[in-house]
Design a protein around this ligand. Structure first.
Ligand code: DX5
Ligand code: ZN
Length: 220
């Protein structure tokens, strides 16, 4: 099943609750939450207090993208704040296996993210132990950037690795996804689609519904 994960980073923060309710009504199964530390990435976004406070706005799955150095330090805090999926960057974890295990042991679902220039082969050992791989299709840190086309080949390669090993791991794409390029991303093999500005610029409910309409074709 293709899943929409609207990225709250693109939302109007003065009406966060309303905006989350809008994408929830449109049928988005995940809510993508970008935590940034100003060190792994050049900007700072939001953290646990915001995640905990919006937990009351929706029952949807919280897909937390940790753009943070050594995110293993925050696993317990993420659990308390209401995270369901915790996605850590391969480039930010000195002991990726330990961090993935920590997330699983805390009762959450582990995922690993790769920057655009990090090859998918680096995941060959950890792939059986994660529930999702996030392929960054922009350099992480900001919404509204342009999709980097060579990441489509990474999705295809990852799809082959997952299928060859008979795994169930999801493939998430994040950055520069619009209605105009989402179909080629789906055809490459992604099944979990993060959209920030493409949903939250303008009417979030309608934009999310437009993505869901395309997904229905692929889910049929
Ligand atoms: C960027 C974040 C994304 C971002 C996507 O570092 O990881 O989730 O919000 O925004 P768009 O869809 O506008 O590229
Ligand atoms: Zn993200």
């Amino acid at each position: 099943m293709i899943i929409l994960s609207p990225s709250v980073l693109g939302a109007d923060f003065t009406k966060l609750g309303e905006q989350i309710a809008a994408v929830d009504r449109a049928g988005a199964e995940y809510i993508h939450l970008d935590v940034m530390d100003g060190s792994f990435v050049p900007s700072i976004s939001f953290g646990m207090p915001v995640i905990a406070s919006i937990r009351g706005c929706t029952g949807r799955i919280f897909d937390v993208h940790m753009m943070v150095e050594e995110p293993g330090r925050f696993v317990d805090d993420l659990k308390k704040a209401g995270a369901d999926i915790v996605c850590v960057h391969q480039e930010a974890c000195r002991h990726l296996d330990r961090t993935v295990n920590q997330i699983r042991e805390a009762g959450m679902s582990p995922a690993v993210a790769l920057n655009p220039a990090t090859p998918v082969e680096t995941l060959s050992c950890i792939l059986p132990y994660v529930d999702m791989v996030l392929v960054m299709s922009v350099n992480p840190g900001f919404g509204g950037q342009k999709f980097i086309p060579y990441t489509l080949e990474k999705i295809r390669a990852l799809r082959r690795m997952i299928d060859e090993q008979g795994l169930k791991c999801r493939i998430e794409i994040d950055g520069g996804v619009k209605l105009s390029n989402v179909e080629e991303i789906l055809q490459a093999g992604a099944d979990t689609i993060v959209v920030g500005s493409g949903v939250f610029s303008g009417d979030a409910e309608k934009n999310a519904a437009d993505f869901m309409e395309i997904f229905r074709k692929y889910n049929a």
